[in-house]
Design a protein around this ligand. Structure first.
Ligand code: SF4
Ligand code: SF4
Length: 356
């Protein structure tokens, strides 16, 4: 995974918005261009502004570095895309390779005006064509372009980037398997980190080969509230995950002055363990004995929340907690967060529910 320096990202095709066209709302629709409503009641589709720092391609250092943990051996990869599908092209604008894209939505959710759309059966697509609301920016417009981008970040939005379906589940499952084989053993951690950051959390992963610090991801939305995430792909690995979380919490509390009360904990997995698995029992035991509620989330759930433009408030509550007492993860955890029923068939699918 390459690290590309910011100064290489200068766009030759920056845009700005015509005088008098003040954006007031963004509307997302699966597979379609994002529409911008302006205060003059005209609409135009979102097109790439050519941001100098390209937040759809690169994270800032502050997003990948924990605010609360100086000793953490940070992996400094700043790529937003865990599969390397998005990069800066020769014209300075982002380019997406659909062969590599797994539709995770991380890049799309970081574009302040929605110039990247998610197209089922294809991948993420970036819109660069001009339209009547956008003008080529001169150097003297740069400051205005930056102000405009900041304004987009604060606008109300409606709609979603992608709607789940059984076909999309199949498409994504096979794309993730392919990507994991190509990217290698850092893939689960990178993908998890990138989805957590794109949904509003600062998240840091440890450097490859560092055996000294064993936790996979630390979260630090504020100095006061922090979190630890264990990333486990493969059904067998899930069994060890709750014990690994306890181990990480013990290290952080005893050596780095974290407190149990202010440390949220999560396991991110590819598939939810089935009901007969000891996993859900251990999660319940840990809660009963230590009062530590370890949340469980699948990668697919993280994508789903990204597509629905839901920010994850991981550190504030126990939204993702589930144990052996739960009847349906989908109905009791996921759908309340989505505030709607999922458009998937009702068979327990380990991406979104606990099988019997
Ligand atoms: S796609 Fe969006 S975030 Fe990326 S450079 Fe273009 S406008 Fe900026
Ligand atoms: S949607 Fe995800 S996989 Fe596709 S280009 Fe964007 S970040 Fe990469």
């Amino acid at each position: 995974m390459s690290k590309i320096l910011y100064q290489k990202t200068k766009s030759k095709h920056k845009k700005t918005i015509k005088a008098g066209w003040n954006p007031i709302r963004l509307t997302f629709a699966p597979g379609k261009n994002t529409m911008i409503l302006f205060s003059n009641q005209k609409t135009a589709f979102a097109t790439c502004l050519g941001c100098q720092d390209a937040p759809c391609v690169f994270f800032k250092e502050s997003e990948i570095t924990p605010a609360n943990f100086d000793g953490f051996p940070v992996n400094r990869c700043i790529d937003v895309c865990a599969t390397g599908a998005i990069r800066i092209g020769d014209n300075g604008l982002p380019l997406i390779d659909n062969e590599k894209c797994i539709l995770c939505g991380a890049c799309a959710s970081r574009c302040p005006l929605g110039a990247i759309r998610l197209v089922a059966g294809r991948g993420a697509v970036i819109e660069v064509a001009p339209n009547e609301a956008f003008l080529e920016a001169t150097n003297s417009d740069s400051h205005n372009a930056e102000l405009m981008r900041n304004l987009f970040q604060t606008l109300p939005t409606e709609g979603v980037s992608l709607i789940e379906s059984d076909d999309i589940v199949n498409e994504i499952t096979s794309k993730i398997q392919k990507a994991a084989a190509v990217v290698g053993d850092q893939f689960p951690n990178l993908l998890t980190r990138n989805l957590l950051i794109s949904s509003g959390n600062n998240a840091a992963i440890s450097r490859k080969g560092n055996n000294f610090m064993r936790m996979d991801i630390v979260l630090s939305n504020t100095m006061e509230t922090s979190g630890v995430v264990e990333v486990e792909f493969g059904q067998d690995a899930n069994m060890e995950a709750p014990r690994d979380v306890l181990d990480s919490i013990a290290v952080l509390v005893s050596r780095y002055n974290w407190t149990i009360k202010n440390t949220a904990s999560f396991i991110v997995t590819d598939l939810l363990p089935n009901r007969r698995s000891e996993y859900w029992h251990i999660i319940q035991d840990i809660n009963n004995v230590f009062g530590i509620k370890i949340g469980t989330i699948t990668i697919f759930c993280l994508m789903l929340l990204n597509w629905n433009r839901k920010k994850l408030i991981l550190l504030k509550n126990h939204n993702f907690y589930a144990d052996r007492a739960i009847d349906s993860y989908r109905a009791e955890v996921l759908e309340p967060l989505m505030q709607r029923k999922l458009k998937l068939n009702n068979l327990p699918n380990p991406l979104v529910d606990i099988a019997k």
